[in-house]
Write a protein that binds this ligand. Structure first.
Ligand code: HEC
Length: 217
């Protein structure tokens, strides 16, 4: 009875040992394999284009640093920040703030950038996914700092005043391109990457900075 199992068992042991003696793929082999699988698995459609599969220079530098477990080199970080700072443009009409009610809707919405979104459809900002913003919303992520009382805590009583100009301009820049201030920020580059339109960014600005916004009550 026992001998019936012995032969297949011996065969299994031999093939196991053969598998063990095959050298493991190198990290470069695995990288290539992963790239090939990703390239075969994604197609460009609607708003979901293949540019997101191929990271730009800044994303590449930051993910290389993440993989190595080291932070990005200081000089490199300064270069990334300077390059991203160049992309920030002041609003065409000089007005930084829109309507905070619209801003709340944009901050709440996580839709957009998928295959099924029409090319000209507006995206959401998904801000609550990472930030607390108004006190009414109890469900929020904590990857980013709380933005509750954002304008109030920074003494913004009149966003159009010369006094408020630095914080208004900083907030505009940060939402447009967070990498300009923090090379490997995990916050999306909403303006630079065309996730939000200029008008949408103005609405979100009002949510954070308008003294009448519930965020500053
Ligand atoms: C994927 C997560 C993520 C999303 C989504 C996100 N943020 Fe952030 N945000 C962060 C992180 C992390 C920081 C802090 C690190 C940094 O400064 O880069 C930050 C910082 C900020 C700051 C600077 C705060 C300060 O005190 O200097 C502002 C303003 C801000 N976010 C606004 C927004 C707005 C508005 C949205 C939506 C349009 C948004 N964020 C969406 C992650 C996110």
């Amino acid at each position: 009875m026992q001998s019936k199992f012995l032969l297949p068992l011996a065969a299994a042991a031999v093939s196991f040992l053969t598998a063990c003696s095959t050298p493991l793929p190198s990290s470069a082999d695995l990288d290539k394999l992963t790239k090939d699988i990703v390239a075969r698995s994604f197609r460009a459609e609607g708003q979901a284009q293949l540019d997101r599969v191929n990271p730009d220079e800044d994303n590449l530098l930051c993910s290389q640093a993440d993989q190595s477990g080291n932070t990005i080199d200081e000089k490199l970080a300064a270069a990334v920040e300077a390059r991203n700072m160049q992309t920030i443009k002041a609003p065409v009409d000089g007005k930084y703030l829109g309507d905070f009610k619209e801003g709340e809707k944009i901050a709440q919405s996580g839709s957009g950038k998928t295959w099924t979104d029409k090319a000209d459809a507006a995206n959401g900002g998904n801000c609550y996914n990472c930030h607390q913003i108004s006190k009414e919303e109890l469900s929020y992520g904590t990857l980013g700092p709380s933005l509750y009382n954002y304008g109030k805590m920074r003494g913004v009583t009149n966003p159009n005043s010369a006094e408020s100009k630095p914080i208004v301009e900083y907030t505009w820049g940060k939402i447009n391109n967070p990498r300009a201030y923090n090379a490997c920020s995990s916050m999306p580059r909403f303006g630079h990457k065309g996730v939000l339109t200029e008008m949408q960014i103005k609405h979100v600005m009002a949510l954070l900075l308008d003294p009448a916004s519930p965020v500053n009550k």
